[in-house]
Design a protein around this ligand. Structure first.
Ligand code: SF4
Length: 324
């Protein structure tokens, strides 16, 4: 949960997670949709998938225990070198150094390694860390380095005057802490999409995203990306026809929400829609549900904002059953 996220953002998720899945058996037994729902909002949904798959393997093949050897762990979904080293050092007190983005930045500066913060210097950094990591409390050493990168040796404006490793830092000696690693130019992809909130007899149509790829396995409202030069209404009609095999007979704009995912930023324009014919329901991947049940399904964060809008609207006395 903590990868690429702040501790403050994770704590409520973590606490709720432990009440839902208090042990490996509980997690392994849970339906995947329940796992995804608990993860909703954390992003990187592949992690939830891996965590669930890993729990099943630990229960099935290791009597519900996490094995304490690297070769076995590296075969488990979600266990790459970083997670394996973190589990072995933190849970089993074994001297495996972790190398995440924070540690990489600290060590590139301490060792004065120029270039971008990618995995090219990792071999050199790991050699040094393997020399430095203590046999006693290796987990504390790893956590201290990660924390140093998060709080002191920040990517911008590192707090060198407060830094406990400053006497050993070669970038600081050379006055190069702001140019190591080489600053990245950020370019975020921007997407504009339209979605249809389609109601019939008090129920709303939702569909499940494919099992692989972006936001895999989450639920969404039918719709898709707008093409260049296309109006919102045209895009909606085209997407609904392509996805559901029927036409929009009436559409009314409801709300625009935006959300920043790691890989892109999206503007979602939601329309209340009525269809001319019956939509194609694809064997469990698309279904009608009561609007009060929207909360039970895992949706991407952008769609969750639309659901909140619908709920607020309903609280104000508008009938969500007839949006049009
Ligand atoms: S002295 Fe500055 S650049 Fe060097 S490790 Fe500490 S915070 Fe980072």
């Amino acid at each position: 949960m903590l990868q690429q996220t702040t501790v403050g953002a994770v704590i409520p998720y973590y606490e709720k997670w432990l009440t839902l899945f208090p042990d490996l058996e509980g997690l392994a037994r849970a339906p995947f949709q329940k796992v995804l729902r608990a993860w909703q909002g954390l992003g990187y949904y592949q992690r939830a998938r891996n965590l669930h798959a890993a729990a099943k393997i630990f229960v099935r093949d290791h009597r519900g225990r996490i094995p304490a050897d690297p070769e076995t762990l590296l075969t488990v979904p979600g266990f790459g070198p970083y997670t394996t080293a973190a589990v072995l050092s933190l849970a089993f007190n074994q001297p495996y150094p972790v190398l995440d983005a924070n540690v990489r930045r600290v060590m590139m500066r301490v060792m004065r390694i120029h270039g971008q913060a990618d995995n090219r210097p990792d071999k050199t950094i790991l050699e040094r860390l393997n020399d430095e990591i203590p046999l006693r409390s290796p987990g504390d050493f790893n956590q201290a380095l990660m924390e140093l990168g998060a709080l002191i040796c920040r990517s911008r404006n590192p707090l060198c005057l407060l830094c406990p490793v400053q006497p050993a830092c070669r970038a600081y000696d050379a006055g190069e802490q702001e140019i190591i690693p080489k600053p990245k130019k950020r370019s975020t992809r921007h997407i504009t999409a339209v979605v249809g909130i389609i109601e019939k007899d008090g129920r709303i149509l939702i569909q499940k995203r494919p099992a692989a790829g972006l936001l895999a396995g989450l639920w969404e409202f039918p719709g898709g990306k707008m093409r260049r030069g296309e109006s919102r209404e045209k895009a909606l009609a085209r997407e609904i026809k392509e996805e559901l095999g029927t036409e929009v007979s009436r559409a009314k704009f409801l709300v625009k929400v935006d959300h920043s995912y790691t890989q892109f930023q999206v503007d979602l324009h939601a329309f209340a829609c009525r269809l001319k014919g019956e939509p194609e329901l694809k064997a469990g991947r698309r279904k009608w549900i009561a609007s009060k049940d929207l909360q039970k399904y895992p949706f991407p964060s952008g769609s969750v904002k639309i659901i909140r809008f619908l709920e607020n609207r309903s609280l104000k006395g508008h009938n969500t059953v007839s949006l049009l």
